[in-house]
Design a protein around this ligand. Structure first.
Ligand code: PLP
Ligand code: MN
Length: 373
């Protein structure tokens, strides 16, 4: 029932001029995005490593399909509920790169696994039992990866002996196939110095390699070793340990990643928050319409783009942002911000306004937005 009230107009429609987009809006520069996808895929292909980009970065099926059209083998999701929009969009190979926190999630995955290839991580025997029961009930099978801790100190078992104990727990359940290891070290991704990142990435990969070798010596083959992120990927590729990589942010490049000293694999800013100047009454600063509900600040403030150093986004309130500098932008000016951190920023938006040059080319739903269970 609309009671005669017209719906609020969309922020953008395909074909319109970019300058007419209503704000705040999440913008994707398709030319830069496609170059980022091509660079990462070419690097993975050259190393003979599968690319399984992380969809938690964007939560958008259209982005996943663009990655798969260029050779990605599937996607990662971080949460069980997050996988469904990708399955519905036709992605048939989803790895949940995480342990599941409740049997309800295992039952959902097991149901979906009747129609798609799904995999999930474990680091405890109780999780194996839950997956076994869910798949038995659903009459489906799941690939299981044992997560190992290679230095982040988050999830994952410590060594090959612990992996072997989980393999024994898996053994009575033919519907659960041991697919290999997940080894991800998030703590090193934003080390600013390239040399330090390289050293830590190679050390983390070496820890994973030691577990793989110990398992091989015990007669256990790891078909898949999956992990890696945007900050470590160039060394993950050359490590010889990983068969599959999971970077997500490379497609977009937020400010936090751009603050890293770049390596040989370079990516461009493709993601922006479009915002307009809504008040200049103070005279000392401009107020824009993008605040904490349009971008997140846990990795620092956004920067204005293109960066000419004249203006800075200095403060965010819920629905206001302050811009300082000279000359101040006029009331109504359309500005572009590079968000501090792409993943949680995507999660604040219903749609991505994908543009090429000065035209909106498509509007893509962020279909997995808010799906955090
Ligand atoms: N894999 C896992 C398990 C992660 O948690 C993350 C990010 O936190 C990534 C891959 C990819 O990260 P990024 O977006 O930094 O490339
Ligand atoms: Mn992130």
């Amino acid at each position: 029932m609309t009671e005669g009230f017209l719906p609020f107009p969309p922020a953008a429609t395909a074909g319109q001029a970019l300058a007419e987009v209503d704000t705040p809006a999440l913008l994707l520069d398709l030319d830069a995005f496609e170059r980022n996808l091509a660079r990462m895929q070419a690097a993975a292909d050259a190393a003979g490593v599968h690319l399984r980009p992380h969809a938690k970065a964007h939560k958008c099926p259209a982005v996943a399909l663009a990655q798969m059209a260029r050779g990605a083998v599937g996607v990662c999701c971080q949460k069980a509920s997050e996988a469904l929009p990708f399955l519905l969009a036709g992605v048939r190979d989803v790895h949940v790169s995480n342990e599941l926190a409740s049997p309800l999630k295992a039952r959902a995955l097991a149901q979906w696994a009747r129609q798609a290839r799904l995999s999930v991580c474990v680091d405890d025997a109780a999780q194996v039992d839950t997956l076994a029961e869910a798949t038995r009930e659903a009459g489906s099978s799941l690939d299981v990866l044992v997560e190992i801790d290679i230095g982040q100190g988050r999830c994952g078992v410590a060594d090959a002996a612990a992996v072997q104990r989980l393999l024994q727990r898996l053994a009575p359940h033919p519907q659960l196939s041991f697919a290999g290891l997940q080894a991800y070290q998030g703590g090193l991704q934003h080390l600013r110095s390239r040399a330090e990142r390289r050293e830590q990435a190679l050390r983390a990969a070496a820890r994973a390699g030691e577990v793989v070798t110990a398992l091989e010596n015990a007669g256990v083959r790891c078909a898949t070793v999956t992990g890696g992120g945007t900050g470590s990927v160039e060394w993950d590729l050359e490590s010889g340990v990983y068969t599959e990589l999971q970077p997500g942010s490379y497609a977009f490049m937020d400010r936090d990643y751009a603050d890293n000293e770049a390596g040989a694999l370079r990516f461009e800013h493709a993601l922006f928050v479009a915002t307009r100047v809504m008040s200049t009454a103070a005279g000392t600063h401009a107020v824009v319409d993008a605040g904490l509900k349009s971008l997140t600040l846990e990795c620092g403030l956004p920067v204005l783009w293109p960066a000419d150093g004249a203006l800075a986004y200095t403060q965010a309130n819920d629905e206001h942002g302050l811009v300082a500098g000279a000359p101040l932008p006029a009331l109504g000016s359309l500005l572009r911000l590079v968000p501090g951190h792409c993943d949680p920023t995507f999660n604040l938006h219903d749609e991505i306004v994908a543009f090429r040059g000065e035209r909106v080319e498509a509007v893509w739903p962020v279909a997995a937005r808010g799906l955090s269970r």
